[in-house]
Design a binder for this molecule. Structure first.
Ligand SMILES: Cc1cc2nc3c(=O)[nH]c(=O)nc-3n(C[C@H](O)[C@H](O)[C@H](O)COP(=O)(O)OP(=O)(O)OC[C@H]3O[C@@H](n4cnc5c(N)ncnc54)[C@H](O)[C@@H]3O)c2cc1C
Length: 505
């Protein structure tokens, strides 16, 4: 094989790309991983300001678990040989939610029994419907495992026989299912607190998607890496290169070469050309079909696919280095969800305006009597672009930060602004620059209607519009999130590997 020829080229060293590249390298393939930035991980990275190191994105990692009760992500990272190189800290709560307008406050524990008891305390007579909800979550989990096993080609008879309730709830939104099982409305509101993690409100969000995420958080505590998500990214990239994989930083792909509707190579910014029969893109289909492939080589079906996908949430983040510990500040939770009300459908609409006040805060102690806080808010339209100019950009960033800090203080009644030692603000411009994603979206495509988890996964086999061009990561069929991107990276690598085996027969 010539020097510039590879079995597979992976574009982007985000979570999905790193896992895809390492999976194929471990299978003995010659893999080239091309990354436009200078570090691995994409969003899964960190940065330093003064005596603080901030995680750029990760609040909580789900489906990891513990050595005694390994989740899917633990098992994956174990297969990839990196679990002894990373240290995970379990979070002992699911969430705390505070409301600005209705002045409510709820904190939910980890563990089914404890979660149930706490919900009953907040909402008397909620237990029966919560038990029904847990049963549906368990069946959903098993049905999804079966769908995975059968690689999107399930036997419908088996599905009907083994997972009858899953088949009934699968097409519906989380709101419809919770109403149907007669969960009291307050319990529904508390239970759907995590909606903003998936960037879609209860009336649009698929039950299957929401149930799989929250059930994993409740039954198997969420975790965070001791030394930020960069620790995982580094371990994956080092394992890849130590096995002989070629990882080139500062190498943005500017063109994907296509002949006879099949990929045949890539060209990077410095005009070097690499040949391959297989590409896995860890970037958005929007970027690939509108910028990287010559327009006449983009099939109509790919164009139609693009017009059927709406971009998901954009992010506004305020990273704070505080000169006091959590205890000194009087704050004792890891995550604080702050909304005006608990009605996700109303709050989703509110998040179409720039200074909406809704956010998720994560907080942990740091060295030398300090703590680190990250405030993240979502925006679902172009409200930011409508007001921002080159001249007022810094002023707007400051206003966003002031608004988010004030919102946290108002909800919790705790003064944090006097403890701020370092502050950094990230806007859609920041996220666009680092990730290269259209409009700086941070959650891939919007999970709604036919773009929800199940239809996307079921339709995935029909989404290869150019032969041997696959997508992994937050824009792919498993949708966004760390665990989805890691797991999907492996799936796409295994499918690619399977195709290569067929080619050599
Ligand atoms: C503020 C914030 C908070 C979040 N919180 C959580 C959370 O708590 N839990 C959770 O599960 N998820 C969270 N997410 C979402 C999660 O970070 C993403 O879904 C996930 O990291 C996406 O991974 P990915 O594989 O799609 O890669 P990405 O991180 O999107 O990386 C793509 C990579 O491709 C590179 N690239 C782009 N264009 C090119 C090109 N032309 N050539 C070469 N390389 C290119 C980029 O530089 C980047 O490295 C959060 C995201 C943000 C921003």
């Amino acid at each position: 094989m010539e020097n510039n020829t590879y079995d597979v080229v992976v574009i982007g060293a985000g979570n999905g790309g790193l896992v895809a590249a390492l999976t194929l390298q471990k299978k003995g393939k010659k893999v080239l991983l091309l990354e436009k930035g200078r570090v691995p991980g994409g969003f899964a990275s960190s940065f330093k300001r003064g005596r603080f190191e901030f995680d750029a994105s990760l609040h909580e990692l789900c489906e990891y678990g513990t050595i005694e009760n390994k989740g899917e992500v633990y098992e994956l990272l174990e297969r990839l040989g990196i679990t002894d190189k990373i240290t995970m800290i379990p979070i002992q709560e699911t969430f705390s939610v505070y409301t600005l307008d209705t002045h409510e406050e709820y904190t939910m524990p980890v563990g089914k029994k404890a979660f149930l008891a706490q919900m009953e305390k907040y909402v008397p007579n909620s237990t029966a419907s919560m038990l029904r909800f847990f049963d549906l979550c368990e069946e959903t989990k098993q049905a999804l495992a079966y769908l995975n096993e059968t690689k999107g080609h399930p036997d419908t008879k088996v599905l009907m026989e083994k997972f009858p309730n899953f088949m009934v709830v699968a097409p519906y939104s989380v709101q419809k299912v919770l109403e149907k099982i007669e969960m009291p409305s307050k319990a529904q509101e508390i239970l759907t607190t995590y909606w903003s993690y998936l960037g879609s409100p209860a009336e649009n969000l698929s039950f299957v998607h929401y149930a799989s995420m929250i059930y994993s958080y409740i039954t198997n505590a969420p975790v965070i890496p001791q030394h930020t998500s960069h620790e995982i990214s580094l371990a994956l990239s080092e394992e890849f290169t130590s096995l002989g994989g070629k990882l080139e930083y500062l190498s943005p792909v500017k063109e994907i070469l296509v002949e006879n509707e099949t990929v045949c190579g890539v060209v990077i910014e410095d005009n070097r050309r690499f040949l391959t029969n297989h590409i896995i893109a860890n970037i958005s289909p929007h970027e690939v079909y509108t910028k990287l492939i010559a327009p006449e080589k983009v099939p109509d079906k790919a164009k139609k696919y693009l017009s059927s996908q709406a971009l998901g949430a954009r992010g506004l983040c305020v990273y704070l280095g505080l000169n006091k510990t959590m205890e000194e500040l009087g704050l004792n939770h890891y995550s604080y969800f702050i909304y005006h009300t608990l009605n996700s459908n109303v709050e989703y609409k509110r998040m179409h305006s720039l200074y909406n006040g809704n956010l998720v805060a994560t907080l942990q102690n740091n060295r030398e009597g300090t703590s680190i806080m990250c405030l993240t808010s979502l925006l679902f339209n172009d409200a930011f672009d409508q007001v921002v100019t080159a001249e007022n950009y810094y002023e707007i960033k400051e206003k966003i930060a002031e608004n988010m800090v004030a919102s946290f203080e108002q909800a919790t009644n705790v003064n944090i602004h006097e403890a701020i030692e370092e502050i950094e603000v990230a806007t859609p411009v920041t996220f666009a620059r680092y990730s290269g994603h259209p409009d700086g979206v941070i959650y891939g495509y919007l999970a709604s209607g036919y773009a929800n988890l199940l239809p996307r996964v079921m339709n995935e086999p029909n989404e290869m519009y150019i032969k041997n061009l696959r997508f992994c990561g937050g824009f792919s069929s498993r949708l966004s999130g760390y665990s989805s991107a890691y797991l999907n990276g492996e799936q796409e690598a295994l499918k690619t590997f399977g195709e290569m085996k067929n080619e050599t027969i």
